[in-house]
Design a protein around this ligand. Structure first.
Ligand code: PSU
Ligand code: MN
Length: 304
């Protein structure tokens, strides 16, 4: 393991004993959820895991140290400080200059896998942005999952992305996408995106079985588990469509580009929905954390 990377004592102990561990990202806390709700959410995600007997490993870079597993002050810092949004390519820069950053799905997956963690929960995966054939804006979440053996539980990708292109890229990169109890690929706030998956799994034990087979075949990619939000918790589809159209128009008018696009759209959507999208976002993230905990538990019981 990299000597730069620091695992918390509880994460190191859990991994040494083969007890279940789930990685959690920090960009969702720093840039995806508004203050002060973000701090409560970060604590709650960890608590959901602990209550299920799973060790949480929230990932971030603090003062140049890539950390897998934060203490309470670290969790406070990712929620309260103005941290930069860090993807994989930013990690050596932060480490080399002593800076801090909140890790995206890509950077979290990379560090967690290096630390020996096999399961990771997030809200939504990054993907191919609309208009990417002109802008080339495709999240490094995808290229990182192509080379990082970790299972990521997400509620699909947000409808702000080009979902068809994102699924095509995952196919090209040979990253399996498993619908959790469904073959309908979810679109974050909504249960269904209109895209069908090739595969669905019945539950956590089946995901662990796929992970084991993946390893036995020598595959080094990640696995995406697409976990739709329960029907009674999803956002009203008509309001969703209306707010999204406004968000795109606003991003266009503001000339937002590059890595600022996702946080801009998310912030706009929370405001324009009067906070409704935020409640849905929190519900789906909690739900993903629970499923990731169940998968990590099955994985820890498996003979590998
Ligand atoms: N999706 C969300 N909330 C988020 C993100 C995605 O629902 O906060 C964050 C994740 O950290 C993801 C990143 O890895 O945005 C992708 O950003 P980009 O498109 O710039 O790669
Ligand atoms: Mn981008």
């Amino acid at each position: 393991m990299s000597t730069l990377l620091k695992r918390s004592d509880e994460v190191a102990a859990a991994l040494a004993d083969r007890r279940p561990v789930v990685a959690l990202e920090s960009t969702i806390i720093s840039h995806g959820l508004p203050r002060p709700r973000n701090h409560g959410a970060a604590i709650e995600f960890e608590t959901i895991l602990r209550d299920a007997g799973v060790t949480p490993a929230t990932v971030a870079v603090l003062d140049g140290v890539p950390r897998v597993g934060l203490d309470a002050d670290g969790v406070r810092r990712i929620a309260e400080e103005e941290l930069s949004k860090a993807s994989v390519r930013d990690l050596p820069v932060l480490a080399g200059t002593g800076a801090s950053g909140a890790t995206t799905v890509a950077a979290t997956a990379h560090l967690a896998a290096k630390a020996g963690i096999r399961v990771f929960a997030t809200g939504g995966l990054g993907g191919v942005h609309r208009g990417a054939s002109e802008t080339f804006d495709e999240s490094a979440d995808l290229s990182t999952l192509a080379v990082t053996p970790i299972t990521v539980v997400s509620a699909g990708v947000k409808s702000v992305l080009d979902i068809a292109a994102t699924l095509e890229r995952l196919e090209t990169l040979s990253v399996p996408v498993l619908g959790y109890g469904t073959r309908a690929f979810p679109s974050f706030w909504l249960r269904e995106s209109g895209f069908e998956l090739d595969w669905s799994v019945a539950g956590a034990a089946e995901v662990a079985a796929v992970m084991r087979a993946h390893d036995q075949l020598g595959h080094r990619q990640g696995i995406v588990v697409a976990n739709p939000i329960p029907a009674e918790q999803q956002w009203d589809p008509a309001e969703h469509d209306r707010v999204l159209a406004e968000a795109f128009a606003a991003a266009d008018a503001a000339g937002v580009r590059g890595k600022a696009v996702t946080p801009f759209l998310l912030g706009f959507i929370v405001d324009a929905s009067g906070g409704r999208s935020l409640e849905v976002n929190l519900d789906l993230a909690r739900n993903n954390v629970r499923v990731a905990g169940a998968i990590a538990t099955e994985w820890s019981r498996m003979d590998v």
